[in-house]
Ligand binder design. Structure first.
Ligand SMILES: [Fe+2]
Ligand SMILES: [Fe+2]
Length: 304
């Protein structure tokens, strides 16, 4: 079998959710700096999302606007448009946490400037001539997004089920932000992969871009955690390492190392389809009860 356009795995269920952006907003006045009480390491590990996602998800939208002309399937185009709408709101919602961190003495600008450079310049359009090179770079980025979305779905499924955070009294507004976002990630988890399979589907490209996405995410994440711990004005000695991550994974306040490792061969399996991960039913149920999503729905109805 040729490596290109290999067998396309099918979704495990026939269900399909029409994707729509929920224009949520959050007020952060009541959220403490360490919103997982007494656990700056867990707090800051999850806070890295606010550093990576604004630029990262803006970049998704930028790349996907360029891929639209390559889509030959109306249903997929509709899904991609829904995905673009959701990711644009996600990016903005995480961006809006940053002023709150600044007010609490934790200015993330030195780190976000690097992340912006990474997505806008390194993974940007580059000055490629129209034709093969430009198409190659676009397909490479579409495959990268599919790999990253494997992890956003993984994290979305994790946060929806992370009951230990509730037991420890984690801030409800932050939990709602993460769970609303996580639920939409689970809801649209198949779009990036289906799009990649539709426009390219090369297994070699899937494996290569997974390796790049995974190493880059691990690199950026651990740098982000160190940045937060070192600059947190309330910490005398802000340090943390893999052991801290591992232990919290065992306790259920962060994803477990074992679950993360097990997710790797799943993405690399030729039988993989994102619909095998997480539960659409659970995601939709959360979105039907999320305070932010309900407020957005009420505001939308009020505006009509
Ligand atoms: Fe997102
Ligand atoms: Fe996503």
């Amino acid at each position: 079998m040729s490596n290109k356009q290999a067998r396309v795995p099918l979704p495990v269920t026939g269900e399909r959710v029409a994707l729509k952006a929920r224009k949520v907003s959050f007020s952060w006045e009541e959220t403490p700096l360490h919103w997982v009480p007494g656990d700056p390491f867990a707090t800051h590990t999850m806070n890295v999302l606010h550093l990576l996602l604004p630029a990262g998800e803006r970049w998704f939208v930028h790349v996907y606007r360029q891929i639209l002309p390559y889509i030959r399937d109306d249903r997929l185009r509709e899904d991609v448009l829904g995905f673009i709408g959701q990711e644009a709101v996600h990016s903005q919602a995480h961006d809006e946490v940053l002023p709150h961190l600044r007010e609490q003495g934790l200015d993330p600008t030195p780190y976000t400037a690097q992340v912006d450079w990474f997505f806008e310049k390194l993974l940007g359009d580059r000055t490629l001539p129209p034709g093969r090179a430009r198409r190659w770079w676009l397909m490479e980025r579409v495959a990268l997004i599919a790999a990253i979305e494997h992890y956003t779905a993984f994290l979305g499924d994790w946060i929806l089920n992370a009951r230990e955070l509730d037991r420890r009294g984690a801030d409800p507004t932050m939990l709602d932000l993460l769970r609303w976002h996580g639920a939409e990630e689970v809801e649209h988890r198949s779009v990036a992969f289906d799009l990649f399979m539709h426009v390219d589907g090369s297994y070699r490209r899937r494996a290569r871009t997974w390796a790049l996405a995974f190493t880059t995410l691990v690199f950026l994440w651990q740098r982000g955690i160190r940045f937060f711990l070192a600059n947190d004005p309330t910490l005398v000695e802000g340090k943390g390492g893999f052991r801290d991550f591992y232990v919290r994974g065992r306790r259920g306040v962060l994803p477990s190392t074992g679950a993360m490792l097990r997710s790797i061969p799943r993405y690399l399996s030729r039988e993989y389809h994102p619909s095998q991960e997480g539960s659409t039913e659970q995601a939709v149920a959360y979105l039907a009860s999320s305070p932010a999503a309900l407020a957005a729905l009420a505001a939308e109805k009020g505006a009509k």
